[in-house]
Structure formats: structure tokens, C-alpha cells
Design a protein around this ligand. Structure first.
Ligand code: FAD
Length: 377
């Protein structure tokens, strides 16, 4: 019997490790193989990118070899899966076809900055490693002018990261004594600064206290490279000296190529995480179409549910675990304070007043993440 997991990010790695821990006997007797297929040899801890751009962590702190994170019971195959053939229960690689009994789709999401003309040439972002390294250099040399943080599409990974970077930019310029020379503008596609009402009120007040202005209902379609302006669907324009964009996102190409969904989001049943129409195929993490944040914490809670249910089925036990939309996100509101929100499908977000203790919890968690990835914490 084989469980194939496609995608070696947080979602795939945690699922593989949790399954190996639950199915130790089956692995030992060679009745079962847990196969993790990853196109990358390394895992990037994406939340660390927020600190890398301010030179507070280095690449070596946030990138680790995947093979060092895996339980010995998990077999790793490095390679790009070309197609998922759900009808015939096969994962097609370039030169081989892999049969599975259970499939877990954990192919994540990706940024597509090329879909906004002018953005690649003129803009910056911190949503991948290369972009974050470029932005780090740009910020180190930035002395005065207008910085625009612009969210260019929803959904995107980590809904709170654009807010966090805006607060941290404010603190960064303050620490360097140039805040008075820098204007900070935040743009967002809907009619408030964040999709969730009460969090939005908190952030709006904090933006006002820090003299950060915002433009709402702002839907960029182009970046005018010559004039250094963002152009919106409605024809509005916003000038910038430094553009920190949150580029539009799509699901993985393999989901589109396999005809599962044209935007790459996998139709997923919200409680069982089964791919709709299939009893032995599951999806978790950023790749799903679920009405919940695309966040590592979500992937973590979902991995626990999947591992419990798949291992129960294999052992002939009832698979009764359910995912109720549990999510938890820290929000850095500066270099020495943070809050966090927690919510689920039914419960709107609750949060604490921004404080130093929560910030240090987040910093500690950043270091402990590698234990989480191994399935230990
Ligand atoms: C700047 C930033 C800050 C963030 N901060 C936080 C935070 O504070 N808290 C939080 O909870 N979340 C945060 N997130 C979000 C979090 O990082 C993601 O939600 C999480 O990584 C999703 O995990 P995933 O495994 O679903 O997807 P990914 O991490 O994207 O992994 C998917 C993997 O699948 C692989 N893959 C795709 N297609 C194929 C294929 N065809 N064959 C083989 N492999 C394939 C990819 O290469 C990738 O390795 C942040 C994200 C960013 C960008």
C-alpha cells in the first residue's frame, strides 16, 4: 500500500511526518510506503522572509534540507510531478508513473507577478526568497520618498503579512531616523484594510497613530514603469518611489494541467479535507479552495486531521477527525510588539492588545519552527 504526498512544503512535510509516527508498525512490516514527492530539495520557512528583508535573519536560518526534516519512515522523491491522474490513481512524473492507494495534494500556492504588467520590472516583493533578498538591498539604500505597500489580489498567502510589513517598515525608517522623510501608503482591494472587520478596526487605528495612509477598493492592473505609478481597474493612479507589492497568487500549475481547477485551487470538502468526488484523495494547505486563510498554521492543524483519518482507515478504525477551520496568526505590529488572532469557520477572530510578550513568542516560534516541521512540536 502506498500513500503518495505531492508537495514538500509545510503541509506535505507535516502530513508525511505525522503519518509515519502513527503508522510505525505498518511501515516496519513493509506493508506500507509513505512517499513524499517534492520538486525542491529544501524547505523555506516563509514567515522568515518578513525578517530577512530587514536583515534580522539570514537565508541559512530560514532554509533547511528537506531530507533532514523527515521521519526515517518517509521516503523522499525529489522531482516535479507532471500530472495527477485521479481516475486511475497515478502520479505522473517525467519518466515514471507512481500508483497510489491514498493521495495527499499539498502543492501550495505561487505568486504570479508577471500577471501585472510592469510589476516585475519596477516592483519589489518579499513573497519569495529572491524577491526578499532584492528588497533587503533596496531597503538598506532607501533614504527618502514614498513607499507603497500594495496588495494586488486576494487570496494570497498569510493575509496579515502585508499589514505586518507596513508596521515594520514604519519602525525600520524610525530606527534609521528617516521616518519624517518617508511617506507610507497601504493599498487593499476591498473597502477596509483587512478582510476581517474587528481586526481591520484595530489596524486602521494603529495606521492612523503612525501616520500611515491607506487607499481602499484599490485593484491594481498595471504598473506604469516610466512614471512609477500603479494603475487600477478603475483608472486611478498611485505614485511610488518604492513599491512593495503582494503579487497576485495562483494554485500550483499541476492542478491546472491535471484539469482539477483552472486557477489551481483544489475543490476540497471543508471538514474531511477530501477532494470533492474522491474518497482516497485529500488536499490541505494553501492549495485548497477552502474559505480559510492560506497560512502555515492552517496547514499544521489540517495535517493533524488528515494523519489521524488516513491512519485510522489503514488500521480499520473509524476516521472521525474533522477540521473545523482552526487558524492562528501572529501579527507583528512593530519590532518589539505583536498581537495574534485565532478563529475558525464559525468563530470570528479574537485578538489580544499588541504587547511585547507576544512579539517574543513569535520570535521564539520562528526558531522552534524546525521542530514543528519534524512533527515534534
Ligand atoms: C512572507 C510570508 C509570511 C508568512 N507568514 C506566515 C505566518 O506568520 N504564519 C503562518 O501561519 N503562515 C505564514 N505564511 C504562509 C505560509 O508560509 C504558507 O501558508 C505555507 O507555507 C503553506 O504551506 P503549503 O505546504 O500548503 O504550501 P508551500 O509551502 O507553498 O509548499 C508547496 C510545495 O509544493 C511543491 N510543489 C508544487 N507543485 C509541485 C509539483 N508539481 N511537484 C512537486 N512538488 C510541487 C512546491 O515546490 C512547494 O515546495 C507566510 C507566507 C509568506 C510568503
Amino acid at each position: 500500500m502506498r500513500i503518495a504526498i505531492v508537495g514538500g512544503g509545510v503541509a506535505g512535510t507535516l502530513t508525511a511526518n505525522y503519518l509515519a509516527m502513527r503508522l510505525r508498525e505498518e511501515l516496519r512490516s513493509k506493508k506500507l510506503e509513505i512517499l513524499l514527492i517534492s520538486e525542491r530539495e529544501k524547505m523555506l520557512y516563509e514567515p522568515g522572509l518578513l525578517y530577512l528583508i530587514f536583515n534580522r535573519v539570514e537565508e541559512k536560518d530560514i532554509v533547511k534540507e528537506l531530507k533532514l526534516l523527515l521521519d526515517p519512515g518517509v521516503k523522499l522523491l525529489i522531482g516535479k510531478a507532471e500530472k495527477l491522474d485521479l481516475e486511475n490513481q497515478k502520479v505522473l512524473m517525467k519518466n515514471e508513473s507512481i500508483d497510489y492507494d491514498y493521495l495527499v495534494i499539498a502543492t501550495g500556492s505561487r505568486i504570479v507577478p508577471e500577471e501585472i504588467p510592469g510589476l516585475v520590472e519596477t516592483g519589489h516583493w518579499f513573497y519569495d526568497l529572491e524577491g526578499a533578498k532584492r528588497l533587503r538591498n533596496e531597503l538598506a539604500n532607501f533614504k527618502k520618498g514614498k513607499v507603497v505597500v500594495s496588495v494586488m489580489g486576494i487570496p494570497h498567502k498569510c493575509p496579515v503579512a502585508p499589514i505586518e510589513v507596513t508596521f515594520l517598515l514604519h519602525d525600520f525608517f524610525k530606527l534609521h531616523g528617516i521616518r519624517k522623510d518617508v511617506e507610507i501608503v497601504y493599498t487593499y482591494p476591498v473597502n477596509r484594510v483587512f478582510t476581517m472587520g474587528n481586526v481591520s478596526e484595530l489596524v486602521e487605528q494603529m495606521f492612523a497613530d503612525r501616520k500611515i495612509s491607506s487607499r481602499l477598493f484599490f485593484n491594481p492592473v498595471e504598473v506604469d514603469a516610466k512614471k512609477k505609478e500603479i494603475v487600477t481597474l478603475e483608472g486611478e493612479r498611485e505614485k511610488f518611489d518604492l513599491l512593495v507589492a503582494i503579487p497576485p497568487h495562483k494554485g500550483a500549475k499541476i492542478i491546472i494541467d491535471s484539469g482539477i481547477n483552472e486557477d489551481g485551487w483544489v475543490p476540497t470538502e471543508k471538514f474531511t479535507l477530501k477532494v470533492k468526488g474522491y474518497d482516497n484523495v485529500f488536499a490541505l494547505g494553501d492549495t485548497t479552495d477552502l474559505p480559510i486563510s492560506k497560512a502555515g498554521s492552517v496547514a499544521h492543524f489540517q495535517a493533524e486531521v488528515l494523519a489521524e483519518n488516513i491512519s485510522a482507515e489503514i488500521k480499520g478504525l473509524p476516521p472521525t477527525a474533522r477540521y473545523f477551520g482552526k487558524a492562528m496568526c501572529f501579527i507583528e505590529t512593530g519590532f518589539d510588539e505583536a498581537t495574534y488572532i485565532w478563529f475558525d469557520y464559525e468563530t470570528p477572530p479574537r485578538f489580544v492588545k499588541p504587547n511585547k510578550f507576544t512579539h517574543w513568542m513569535k520570535i521564539a516560534y520562528n526558531r522552534m519552527f524546525w521542530l514543528t516541521a519534524r512533527g515534534i512540536l
